[in-house]
Design a protein around this ligand. Structure first.
Ligand code: SAM
Length: 285
């Protein structure tokens, strides 16, 4: 072995370590002009492993649990719900909560990465074996069989759909998997306030303390690009469609839900005064 090759050749002849590091944590790919990335199918490229792991390390599930309280659980119990389809499982926060509360829960996500993490989290937080199904909302009924009392789509997930056709298709699939008197609970960020108060007055959203900040980096009527920053200065982005509250409500009615009630920030009443989140409760009957 020569001196010049010793540093690299001996330890890692084929550069395997670097390759496997990159494979284990692939970077997010938004291409040369990230503002043109406005496609529903892109979501699986955005939730890369590094982002997912970091997010879960920093967002303290206990704190999230406290800030959310029993809002969703109370809503479901008050309607006599027994079976729930969590269509946006992500890393499993709501699925685990639902299982713990005794709901017969099935956990869906279109990202295999997310479902793997959710399954791990289920075991870690209480030894639960989550029933996971890898499916895209637009073809949900191809992969999920049976009917549920409730479908939940939480954590600002519906925002990942970029065309109205995809939104209608997904909502129709949610509708179809519900029993005749089922309920859909779907939340979204308050994009009206971000769009209307202008980019200059954007505010920073802190998740569970100040460890993760989320800021709108660019917003127009067709794109909200958020930047997520972590304490080690790493950053990730999500490109989302900025759903206006009344638009979502209209779509819910148009696909057939009879009653749509909207809450602000887990409160029964809200003034239009800037809640960060809206929660739509759509009843089939
Ligand atoms: N509900 C979780 C939470 O609050 O922590 C996760 C929310 S995360 C923002 C959104 C999730 O929706 C991701 O796990 C993503 O893979 C999933 N998702 C987005 N679009 C989807 C689609 N078309 N079909 C299935 N899952 C989708």
């Amino acid at each position: 072995m020569t001196e010049s090759t010793a540093g690299r050749t001996d330890l890692d002849p084929a550069g395997t370590a670097e390759r496997s590091r990159v494979e284990a944590h692939p970077a997010q790919e938004f291409g040369a002009d990230p503002l043109t990335v406005r496609e529903t199918d892109h979501y699986t490229n955005e939730y890369v492993k590094g982002f997912v792991e970091k997010w879960d390390d920093l967002i303290d599930w206990r704190k999230r649990y406290e800030s959310e309280g029993s809002f969703f659980v109370d809503l479901l119990k008050s309607r006599g719900v027994k079976s729930v389809l969590d269509v946006a499982t992500g890393t499993g926060f709501h699925s685990v909560r639902l299982v713990e509360e005794g709901f017969d829960t099935v956990s869906v996500d279109g990202s295999a990465e997310m479902l793997a993490k959710a399954f791990e989290n289920g075991l870690e937080y209480g030894g639960h074996i989550l029933r996971v199904v890898h499916a895209d909302w637009r073809w949900l009924n191809r992969d999920v069989h049976g009917e549920f009392d409730a479908v939940v789509c939480l954590g600002n997930s519906f925002t990942h759909l970029f065309s109205e056709r995809d939104r209608r298709k997904a909502l129709a699939e949610f509708y179809a998997v519900l029993k005749h008197d089922g309920v859909l609970i779907l939340d979204q960020r308050n994009y009206d306030s971000i769009l209307d108060s202008g980019f200059s007055s954007k505010h920073t959203y802190y998740y569970c303390g100040e460890e993760v900040t989320a800021e709108p980096e660019y917003v127009d009527e067709g794109l909200a690009r958020f930047r997520y920053q972590f304490p080690d200065s790493s950053q990730y982005h999500l490109n989302m469609f900025p759903l206006r509250k009344d638009y979502t409500r209209r779509l819910l009615r148009e696909v057939g839900f009879q009653r749509v009630e909207t809450y602000g920030d887990f409160q029964e009443t809200f003034t239009a005064d800037d809640p960060d989140f809206f929660i739509h409760v759509a009843e089939k009957r």
